[in-house]
Design a protein around this ligand. Structure first.
Ligand SMILES: NC(=O)c1ccc[n+]([C@@H]2O[C@H](COP(=O)([O-])OP(=O)(O)OC[C@H]3O[C@@H](n4cnc5c(N)ncnc54)[C@H](O)[C@@H]3O)[C@@H](O)[C@H]2O)c1
Length: 345
């Protein structure tokens, strides 16, 4: 890891008197960076738990395995947990930390673009249950997030595309300048994503979370693209079709922008700008009728559903969004059904 992050971590460890350091490690990252944890100067005992970072492991069963492992190692309440990996690792690890012995302190070391700008920040954690994404979880905040591009060098292309989906979302809800700069981008890679785009996205999320940590108002804006995105992600994985989180969010942004245009919240030009740009960057998947019909059922399980409505944030112009918009379930379903034609036109 870069020297600055190592020294932040060392200082944090020496300022606190933890009994041990429990590292939940994405095994791919551990394999790529075998020396990371050896760089930590502190003499605190380190226990590593490698695991496969896949969505099916973001589960209560995996969390239970980890808790049993921790109990077997007699890890006490003064253990510091370090989640080293992408969003799957920080979501699962945050959930484990929040509940182990009623809560131990934890830190995140994000290794994907998506977790660097989004998932590792903000204390939302959770596991999936019965096809319901993040169906069980808590708000529980990390003591520290070590934000560095260091680990991104080895990120596979599809994971760049995934993180870019959240970066796009940030630009659409809050930063027209970055959205405009992105328009010339032909390819999403370590070299083409500008560092100047990442820090504002991180700062934006940090600020929103500190103003509204428990998502009672302002923070809901970060869910733009996610109501539809989660449904696409869940049904795709059920059909063994690999669509990453950020890719699904990007498709969700198109569908939800279509709804915003129908409600005359978003101009026709802006909608076509959003749609055409996302179409240029992302491979557009053709969903089967069966998948679309399952998506329609899934949307009814949305955590935000109340009566027959879901309140979702909608983009009102490039760079800003309106947080609460009561949308009828039927309308969301119709927009989902229109997904294909929306891309083909
Ligand atoms: N809690 C939140 O606020 C929040 C926000 C957004 C997304 N999420 C969650 O995050 C998850 C997605 O996380 P993600 O996209 O960060 O990645 P991930 O954890 O799903 O990892 C993606 C893949 O990249 C690999 N990988 C990770 N870092 C690598 C590196 N440096 N080099 C090579 N390979 C590496 C992993 O092993 C894995 O195969 C989803 O479950 C989503 O629900 C949570």
């Amino acid at each position: 890891m870069d020297n600055n992050s190592i020294s932040i971590l060392d200082n944090f460890l020496s300022d606190n008197n933890f009994s041990s350091l429990f590292i939940l490690a994405d095994e791919t990252v551990l394999h790529r960076y075998p020396d990371f944890w050896k760089q930590i100067h502190s003499k605190i005992p380190q226990i590593i738990y490698p695991f496969t970072a896949k969505e099916t492991n973001k589960s209560i069963e995996k969390a239970t395995e980890i808790w049993n492992f921790m109990i077997d190692r007699q890890l006490d309440r003064n253990t510091l947990m370090l989640n080293w990996g992408g969003g799957i690792t920080s979501d699962l690890g945050g959930f484990v930390a929040a509940n182990y012995k009623r809560g131990i302190r934890f830190i995140n070391v994000p290794t994907t673009l998506l977790s660097l700008i989004d998932a590792s920040i903000g204390g939302k954690n959770g596991v999936n249950i019965s096809n319901l994404k993040n169906g069980i979880g808590t708000f529980y905040f990390p003591d520290l997030v070590l934000k560095s591009r260091y680990f991104l060098r080895t990120l596979p292309q599809e994971e760049w595309m995934s993180g870019f989906g959240e970066l796009l979302k940030y630009a659409l809800i809050a930063n027209k300048k970055i959205w405009n700069e992105m328009q010339t981008l032909e390819e999403v890679t370590y070299y083409t994503i500008k560092q100047e785009w990442l820090q504002p996205a991180i700062d934006f999320k940090d600020n929103i979370v500190s103003e509204d940590p428990y998502e009672t108002g302002l923070r809901k804006i970060l869910n733009a693209g996610h109501s539809i995105g989660h449904v696409i992600e869940a049904v795709s994985s059920r059909h063994h079709r690999k669509i990453t989180h950020g890719h699904a969010v990007a498709l969700g942004l198109v569908v939800e922008s279509n709804i915003a245009m129908n409600h005359e919240l978003l101009s026709i030009d802006s909608f076509y700008n959003i749609k055409n740009y996302i179409k240029k960057i992302y491979k557009i998947t053709r969903f089967s009728e069966q998948e679309i019909s399952e998506m329609s059922i899934f949307i009814q399980n949305d955590k935000k559903k109340s009566h027959n409505y879901i309140s979702i944030p909608l983009i009102t112009k490039i760079g800003s969004a309106k947080i609460e918009n009561e949308i009828k379930i039927e309308e969301l379903i119709a927009a989902l059904v229109n997904l294909q034609s929306s891309f083909l036109n």
